[in-house]
Design a protein around this ligand. Structure first.
Ligand code: NDP
Length: 260
């Protein structure tokens, strides 16, 4: 059985190691191959990926762009982003991963979400499921954030949109900060000073390695959730969709071995 992950770049992705180690551990004849597809090659190559792979994951920057090429389930249609495909059907498991990663943590509103890409859409959908009403959306490209806010208004969410230089003003009005951008992956800082964060009750960062945002928040005693739990729970959902969650305990062990 052939599985894949498409994205660009993919060097940072732990998914091939996670899934291939798990497939070997449970003796399933399956292979998970990373396919780097540059944005300019996307339309030419996506059809062959849909045709040739039983299942594949979609990551940065293709989660929204893949939607016209697969048959969307209800949630991925609302979210407008797909991260998991099975036999030509598109699903979004990021929002489930986000909700499960919170466990019993109660989010305090208002919530500032930084980013307006695929991960942000899934997280805002998750926030709607939690009945969070007060959301600030901050993005470098403000038009993208405005477009996202308009889409989510159809499910009753009222989102206030800000540009990235206004991040500290949005955070000042919030108690929870969620970073859904790739900022921090290479050590970049968000445009935010530590003293502008001291009232926060939670910092959530989708990046699963240590970032300056996480380091600063931990030093300040702010509870931090990094992206590992979300990654784990969305992967469990992907395996269910691919009908390969044959040994959940083995998957949990493999995940801990690879992502530590
Ligand atoms: P997208 O390409 O869809 O969106 C990227 C977002 O990051 C956009 O809002 C973009 O802003 C912003 N961004 C990128 N570079 C910069 C920069 N230099 N300065 C400011 N903003 C920037 O990607 P995804 O939403 O799919 O993924 C985002 C991150 O989330 C990735 O690092 C990915 O690995 C991680 N992720 C983690 C998951 C987990 O399970 N832990 C699940 C899903 C994603 P703009 O619109 O202006 O381009």
């Amino acid at each position: 059985m052939k599985f894949s992950i498409i994205g660009y770049p993919l060097a940072h992705s732990l998914s091939p190691r996670i899934y291939n180690t798990y497939f070997e551990r449970i003796s399933v004849n399956a292979r998970y191959t990373p396919l780097e597809i540059k944005p300019e090659e996307f339309e030419e190559r996506i059809w062959e990926v849909v045709r040739d792979f039983r299942g594949f994951n979609v990551t940065i920057p293709h989660k929204e762009r893949v939607t016209p090429f697969v048959e969307l389930d209800e949630e991925s249609r609302i979210i407008g982003a797909v991260n998991c495909v099975c036999e030509g059907k598109g699903h979004n498991t990021d929002w489930i991963g986000f909700l499960r990663s919170l466990r019993d943590i109660k989010l305090v509103e208002p919530v500032t979400v930084v980013g307006a890409g695929g991960a942000a859409r899934a997280i805002v959908f998750g926030l709607a499921k939690l009945n969070v009403k007060n959301i600030h959306l901050v993005n470098r490209t403000i038009e993208r954030a405005k477009h996202m806010a308009k889409l989510f208004s159809s499910i009753g969410l009222r989102i206030k949109v800000w540009d990235l230089p206004s991040l500290s003003r949005a955070v000042c009005e919030s108690y929870t900060l969620i970073n859904t951008t790739s900022l921090g992956l290479k050590g970049e800082n968000l445009p935010l000073k530590p003293d502008e964060m001291c009232h926060l009750t939670l910092v959530y960062d989708v990046i699963y390695s240590e970032t300056p945002l996480q380091t600063v928040a931990r030093k300040m005693g702010i509870p931090v959730v990094d992206g590992k739990a979300m990654l784990y729970h969305q992967a469990v959902e992907n395996l269910k969709i691919w009908r390969l969650l044959k040994d959940p305990k083995a998957f949990e062990e493999v995940f801990k071995e690879v992502v530590s």
